[in-house]
Each structure stands twice: as structure tokens, then as C-alpha cells.
Design a protein around this ligand. Structure first.
Ligand SMILES: [Zn+2]
Length: 114
């Protein structure tokens, strides 16, 4: 995951076909979508399946005022969202690099495929 992040994070040295500027960066469309989709799916899955179980420990620490099932589901959903967002981010970053491969020039705004 860190390798992909490093690949995407650093500025690729690819000159712009329109103006020749080296300041072009990889588009992160799939990565952004992956975080939202993955996070949402992760939250739903965690809340519906093991939210009460995995969140029970957090619920016990965070609050004893609310019913354990409610806080458990919320805690599970938060964990699920974080997990799903991480997975979605990694998958999306991979799609950005290997499938879409769209770059945008920061000088003139020209978009091109590598
Ligand atoms: Zn350009």
C-alpha cells in the first residue's frame, strides 16, 4: 500500500505535451471515489454484521450511558469506514496509476494520458 502511495504521491516527471512543462500530476479520480465507496461499504458491512461485536469494546470505554447495541453499531461503523476507506484508497490509487493514467498539467491545465 505504501509503495502505491509513494508512486502516486510524488510528482511524475512527465512533460506536458501542450506546453512542455514538467509540472504535471496524476489525476486521483478513482482514489477519491474509492475512499467514499469503500468507506461507505465498510461502514455498512461493519454496522450490519459485526458492529455490535467489534464496537462493544469501544462502546464500553467511550460511553456507558447509551445502550451497548447502539454505541456498538456506531463504533463498528466507524472502524468499518476507516477500514473500507483504506482499502478503497489503495484500490483507487492502483486504478489511477495502472488503468486511468490521466495526468493534468498544472501550468496550462492540459489533460493527457501517459
Ligand atoms: Zn501544459
Amino acid at each position: 500500500m505504501e509503495c502505491v502511495e509513494d508512486l502516486v504521491g510524488q510528482t511524475p516527471v512527465i512533460p506536458c505535451p501542450a506546453c512542455g512543462s514538467p509540472h504535471c500530476s496524476l489525476q486521483t479520480t478513482a482514489r477519491k471515489a474509492g475512499v467514499v465507496v469503500g468507506g461507505t461499504l465498510g461502514a455498512i458491512i461493519a454496522a450490519s454484521f459485526n458492529g455490535a461485536a467489534s464496537g462493544a469494546a469501544i462502546a464500553a470505554v467511550v460511553s456507558r450511558r447509551l445502550p451497548t447495541t447502539v454505541t456498538g453499531a456506531i463504533g463498528g461503523a466507524i472502524i468499518g469506514f476507516a477500514w473500507g476507506a483504506l482499502v478503497g484508497h489503495a484500490v483507487g490509487a492502483d486504478i489511477d496509476v495502472h488503468v486511468l493514467g490521466m495526468y493534468r498539467c498544472r501550468e496550462c491545465g492540459f489533460e493527457f494520458k501517459k
